[in-house]
Design a binder for this molecule. Structure first.
Ligand SMILES: Cc1cc2nc3c(=O)[nH]c(=O)nc-3n(C[C@H](O)[C@H](O)[C@H](O)COP(=O)(O)OP(=O)(O)OC[C@H]3O[C@@H](n4cnc5c(N)ncnc54)[C@H](O)[C@@H]3O)c2cc1C
Length: 410
């Protein structure tokens, strides 16, 4: 077994990997290196609870308490960037010139938010990826009345809901014809568009920001391609992320839209693994950006390094929360096409529903549940077991879904 493992990136994937290495019995040295300073924060609350909190109790959003690192004998090197990896000598260099030697290296470098070119020097323009961004945005919200969010994906919508909750007028601009177009079924897109509009968020789909307006270097609004002008004091750009690949590319790893890995997260270079948002499993439709994927790929890499059995393959899952409404989803919603079918199933609770998406071959591909944790649990189980409830029955409230799953699982 290896003596020294270095993990680059101390966020959801990197920390989960360190934890899993210990759980698998690895007793050698583990170093976690991150360019961010301080003990890492969880990412999901940054667009939700963290933005809505007063700031007096931010410690509750830490990914792990600071004593967790010492109690697991994990060295956290924070505020230091890995600049060069040399796979030949198995060494890497930090931005202060320090050299570290590894037996196995795990890249958990994640992703960084895309920005709009014409906003790089403007004040009051924000992206959201880590705690410093969230702190800056939370400070800027104080005393402000109007905001624009460019990008109607999950992060954009969650921030819009948080800004609205803080009393601001918010407009969401989405280039696609519907919100969440890349990740959700049309029914769920429509549900969240209605939810935002019911809460007085302006939802503008199928439009682009023609021009970012500014006054003396400070963001002042946007002009849409249909000539409408929306005045605002603050802009959040939520237009997706790009994998953080620089060190991997320079080290000669096979990359594309992510570091290409096999099913056990091994990259094209021996003894180097990639996990979390930065990893792209060879042959997969796309990278997956979620906490579940960070944890699952971390467990896979740790098992490979320790020679243990990998965790079972289960359907990826995700959640979001906006205006107190929780969405839980499992599986991957396929790209919209004439062959893909969506069925709505009413939930037992008031306002609850789930959307069941079947691929072109009539196989269940994804389930999205709103205010309906029971449907989510059963749907996830179907996906994990490879079961597809009959398309003709799933939309009927009386259909015995629980019985169907129990008989399929037996
Ligand atoms: C605001 C927000 C809300 C979200 N909400 C949800 C949600 O509700 N549900 C959900 O499932 N997912 C959510 N996500 C997505 C989820 O947080 C990510 O999928 C997850 O953080 C990925 O973890 P990661 O460790 O792979 O990458 P990251 O979290 O991106 O971490 C990568 C780390 O690597 C470090 N790093 C990169 N390069 C170097 C280098 N060369 N040297 C040193 N350090 C380096 C970076 O500083 C960073 O800390 C959300 C994300 C954000 C930003």
């Amino acid at each position: 077994m290896s003596d020294s493992i270095i993990i680059v990136g101390a966020s959801h994937a990197g920390i989960a990997c360190a934890e899993q290495l210990r759980a698998n019995g690895f007793s050698g040295q583990i170093k976690l290196i991150d360019r961010l300073s301080g003990v890492p924060f969880e990412r999901p609350p940054l667009s939700k609870g963290f933005l809505q909190a007063g700031g007096s109790d931010d410690k509750k959003f830490l990914l792990r308490r600071s004593d967790w690192f010492s109690s697991h004998e994990i060295t956290l090197i924070d505020g230091r960037e890995v600049t060069i990896i040399d796979p030949e000598t198995k060494q890497l260099q930090l931005d202060d010139g320090q050299c570290c030697v590894y037996d196995k290296l795990v890249l958990a470098t994640g992703a960084f938010p895309r920005r709009l070119d014409d906003t790089s020097k403007l004040e009051n323009v924000f992206v959201l990826r880590h705690a410093k961004n969230a702190h800056e945005l939370r400070d800027a919200m104080k005393g402000r009345q109007n905001a624009v969010v460019i990008g109607g994906g999950y992060i954009g919508l969650e921030v819009a809901a948080s800004l609205n909750k803080a009393g601001m007028r918010v407009d969401v601009i989405e280039i696609a014809e519907r919100l969440l177009a890349r990740v959700a079924s049309p029914n769920i897109s429509a549900f969240f568009a209605n939810l935002h509009e019911d809460n007085d968020v302006g939802v503008h789909t199928g439009v682009i920001n023609q021009e970012i307006l500014q006054k003396d270097g400070v963001f002042s609004g946007i002009q849409l391609n249909d000539d409408r002008i929306i005045d605002a004091e603050l802009l959040l750009v939520g237009i997706g992320v790009s994998p953080d690949l620089d060190v991997a590319v320079n080290a000669g790893l096979n990359t594309g839209d992510g570091i290409i890995v096999d099913g056990m997260m091994q990259s094209s270079v021996s003894d180097i693994y990639a996990i979390g948002d930065v990893a792209r499993v060879d042959g997969a439709m796309s990278r997956i950006e979620s906490v579940d994927n960070a944890q699952n790929t971390a467990a896979r890499a740790a098992a490979a390094i320790c020679g243990s059995s990998p965790p079972p393959k289960t359907a990826p899952w995700f959640w979001s929360e906006q205006f107190g409404v929780r969405l839980q989803s499992a599986g991957i919603v396929p790209r919209e096409s004439a062959a893909v079918q969506y069925v709505m199933r009413p939930g037992k609770r008031e306002g609850g529903l789930s959307v069941w998406t079947y691929d072109g071959r009539g196989k269940l591909a994804a389930i999205e549940a709103v205010r309906d944790p029971a449907a989510y649990m059963l749907g996830k189980k179907c996906l994990d077991l490879g079961l597809s409830p009959p398309l003709s029955d799933i939309g009927i409230a009386d259909f015995d879904l629980k019985g169907f799953v129990a008989s399929g699982a037996a």
